[in-house]
Design a protein around this ligand. Structure first.
Ligand SMILES: NC(=O)c1ccc[n+]([C@@H]2O[C@H](COP(=O)([O-])OP(=O)(O)OC[C@H]3O[C@@H](n4cnc5c(N)ncnc54)[C@H](O)[C@@H]3O)[C@@H](O)[C@H]2O)c1
Ligand SMILES: O=C(O)[C@H](O)[C@H](O)COP(=O)(O)O
Length: 378
């Protein structure tokens, strides 16, 4: 059995070689000849999976080690009898930690406390829901906008996008990309939306580039609109608009979800789905795959305040690293994908063991996703 895997998928060779012969290939562009005799194809978001790619090929199963699925024509796969699995939620924690790193950095730069800000979350699923919980653990007010969940009758205080525009100081997008349909999210943030944002609003897009109309955003920023902007995703990728990049406050190469844990979860989720598909179901423990983190343990003396939280967050991951790397190479063909392929190891907050002499600090850090313990004797 031949299993093609994207070369940017940690642990894929290790896991899938339990099931067959593994061949690692680039995802953009994917070498088409390799598909002729492949039984299964494991991709990332850069590979468009549709009739054009797979018609007449031997592939019987496609896995994508990603949360987003807009690169996959799942309706065509279903009618062609090709099995399919994504990796929902695999990298949600990573995106939440990216958003925190960005907001804490902007707070320090611009002299505001996050606890005084209202955060509007558009799309309250795996990413948005976790972000809501961590913000609320810190006493930060959130406003939630998720029409599909509201229409399903989910119990939460859902608001309209207009309410977020009027009341939120931060608006952060975490929706799938839907190009049409009742919940179309293509250009959800269009020129009219952007123009109505309050002065000083922080706009974050860490879902899919086209959810924010990039041309309209550039027009507004060039006209001097007072916004802070964090963009992890671009319209289009990989050839982002360098003029826009030069106007935004945080610019990264679609790496918000790129923790080692997030990528490893993506690989294990599609591995488990494929092993079940071929009748050899098996489970994988993430701990058996991950190496020890760079920082083992740290002691926090006294209570946790925003400034100590910022230092802990940035010890694990500081978004300025990725912002600087992208600015250095933006506009050079091939470099966006190279940055993503050669991404430096990044871990989640849970990898940091924090010993606290303050019980409340330990409890709060655990709620936020750190691995904290209370030890009054330290
Ligand atoms: N930048 C990255 O590295 C990265 C990482 C993970 C996910 N993503 C993107 O973020 C998206 C969200 O990730 P997730 O794991 O939370 O997905 P999810 O499916 O768990 O949650 C998406 C939420 O958005 C809501 N939604 C759908 N259409 C909407 C609309 N028009 N307006 C408001 N809400 C809407 C859904 O009801 C759902 O609750 C993914 O689809 C993916 O495209 C990007
Ligand atoms: O949808 C997702 O899961 C993310 O956007 C993912 O991090 C994208 O990374 P890629 O698959 O392009 O490596």
């Amino acid at each position: 059995m031949k299993i093609l895997v994207d070369e940017n998928m940690p642990y894929a060779r290790e896991l899938f070689s339990r099931l067959g012969d593994v061949k690692a290939v680039p995802g953009r562009p994917i070498p088409l000849a390799e598909l002729d005799d492949a039984d299964a194809l494991m991709v990332r978001s850069v590979t468009k999976v549709n009739e054009t790619l797979l018609s007449g090929k031997s592939v019987k199963f496609v896995g994508t080690a990603t949360a987003g699925t807009d690169h996959v024509d799942d309706a065509w796969l279903a009618q062609a009898g090709i099995g399919f699995s994504a990796a929902p939620g695999c990298n949600a924690i990573a995106v939440v930690e990216y958003v925190f790193s960005s907001l804490l950095m902007l707070g320090e730069r611009d002299g505001f406390a996050l606890k005084d800000r209202t955060v509007g979350i558009v799309g309250v699923g795996n990413v948005g829901g976790r972000l809501q919980k961590r913000l609320e653990a810190l006493g930060i007010r959130t406003l939630l906008c998720d029409p599909p969940r509201a229409d399903r009758g989910d119990e939460d205080d859902f608001r309209t996008l207009d309410e977020l525009v009027e009341q939120a100081d931060v608006i952060t997008f975490h929706t799938p990309l839907f190009k049409d349909g009742p919940y179309k999210s293509l250009h959800l943030a269009d020129e009219a939306f952007i123009r109505r944002l309050k002065p000083g609003t922080i706009l974050i897009n860490a879902c899919r580039g086209p959810v924010v109309d990039n041309a309209a955003l550039l027009t507004c920023l060039e006209a001097g609109q007072d916004l802070s902007v964090v963009l992890d995703v671009w319209e289009p990728e990989p050839d982002l608009n360098v003029a826009l990049l030069n106007h935004v406050d945080v610019a990264t190469a679609h790496i918000a979800g790129y923790t080692l844990e997030g990528k490893a979860r993506g690989t294990t989720q599609v591995f488990e789905a494929y092993s079940a598909f071929i009748g050899q179901a098996q489970q994988v423990s993430l701990d058996s795959l991950l190496p020890a983190p760079e920082f083992g343990r740290i002691t926090l003396h006294g209570p946790l305040d925003e400034s100590s939280l910022k230092r802990l967050v940035h010890l694990v991951y500081d978004v300025r690293r990725d912002d600087a790397l992208l600015r250095k190479v933006a506009g050079i063909p091939g470099e966006f994908d190279k940055l993503r392929k050669n991404y430096l190891e990044r871990r989640e907050w849970s990898s940091l063991y924090v010993i606290c002499d303050d019980a409340d600090a330990a409890a709060l850090l655990n709620q936020l996703g750190f691995n904290a313990t209370h030890n009054p004797a330290r």
